[in-house]
Write a protein that binds this ligand. Sequence first.
Ligand code: FMN
Length: 357
Amino acid sequence: MRRLFSVFCMMLLAVSISAKTLVVYYSYTNNCHEIVTSLTSLIQADVMRIEPADKTQKYEANNYAIGTALLNAIKAAPNDAASYPAIAPVSITDLSQYENIVIVTPLWWSQMAAIMQTFLFNYGTQMTGKNVALIVSSHSSGISGVVADAERLVKNITWMGDALWINASNHSNRASLIQNWLPTLNFAEKQTTMNKIYITIDGKQTLTATLANNTSAQALMEALKQAPITYEAHDYGNFEKVGPLEQSFPENNENITTEPGDIILYQGSNLCLYYDTNTWTFTSIGKIEGKTQAELKQILKAGQGNITVTLSLINTTGISNVRSNAENDVHYSLNGQRANSPSKGIFIRNGNKVVIK
Ligand SMILES: Cc1cc2nc3c(=O)[nH]c(=O)nc-3n(C[C@H](O)[C@H](O)[C@H](O)COP(=O)(O)O)c2cc1C
C-alpha cells in the first residue's frame, strides 16, 4: 500500500512540475530542427517553428549574398520594423501562457539568422518577465554575436543560464550536450527531467534514478545543482551499499521494506543503494531505474568491498568521447568549472573522465 502511495506521489510530481515551456526555432537546413527534436525528448514543451514569408529564398545562393543582405539591412536600422524580413504567420501568437522560452537559432555571419531576429523583434516584448534560454547552431563560428543579438531583441527577461553552442563537429553529439546543459538552467519550475539523478559507480557505470517526492530528495537535488557528490560506500547486511555523504539532508522517516534499486537516506547523512530487502525506519530518496536485482548486484559489486559512488545531474556516460580543448593536466568538474586542487570525485582532464579517490 505504501509503495502504491509512493508511485502515486511520483506520478503527481511528474504532472505538477510541468511548467509551461515554449521552444521556438528557425531552421534553414534542419540542424536546428534536429536539435529541437533532441531537446524535446528531454523536456515537456510546446514547439513552434518560424518560417520566412517567402519560402523560396536560397540564403546560401551567390556565396550567401541574400542572407548577408538581410543581416546588413537589420544592422543599418535595427529599430525599424521594415528592416526585418517578413515571416509567415506564427502558430502561437500569445506567449503569456509560457513561463520558460527556449530559443533555438542558426548563426549567420556571426549574427542571429535574420528570420529568427524578425520573430524576436515582433514578439520579444511578450517575453518580458519570462525565463529565456538560447541554443545556437553554427558551422564553426563562435556565438557571442548571436548572444548580443538576443540581448538586444529580448529585454527585461531572466536568462536561465549560458547559451549552448552546437557546431558541425559536435552536432552528432547534441543529445548529450543538451542533456548536460539542461541541469545548468534555472527553469521557472522543475522540468520532468529534473527529478532524475545519475549514479556513477567507480567512474565506470552510470545508473539513472528517479527521485521521490519529498523534501529530502528536493534538498539532494538542490545540493547536486551546486556540485556532484562523491562518497565511499561499503556492503552492509548483505542487502545494501552504504556510505557517508559528509553533509546532512532533512529526514522524512517512515517504516519501509526496501526493494532492490531503492535509494534510502539513513540518519540524514548516509546514502544506501539497495540490492536486496531490509525493513527499517528511514527516508526514501528515490529508485534506480530499469535494473534487475542481478544487474544491480553486479554493478554495485555486492559483497565485494568498497565502491566510489558519484551522484550528479549530469550523465557521465560518454564523457570519454567528448572532445575537449581543455589545457593539458587541468581538471574540470562535471559542471565545467576549472578545479584547481581537485579532491575526490569525477573530473574531466584532457577530454577524458578521471576518478580521484
Ligand atoms: C546565410 C548563412 C550564413 C552563415 N554564416 C555562417 C558563419 O558565419 N559561420 C558559421 O560557422 N556558420 C555559418 N552558417 C552555417 C550555419 O550557421 C549552420 O549550418 C547551422 O547549423 C544552420 O542551422 P540550420 O540547419 O538549422 O539552418 C551560415 C549559414 C547561412 C545559411
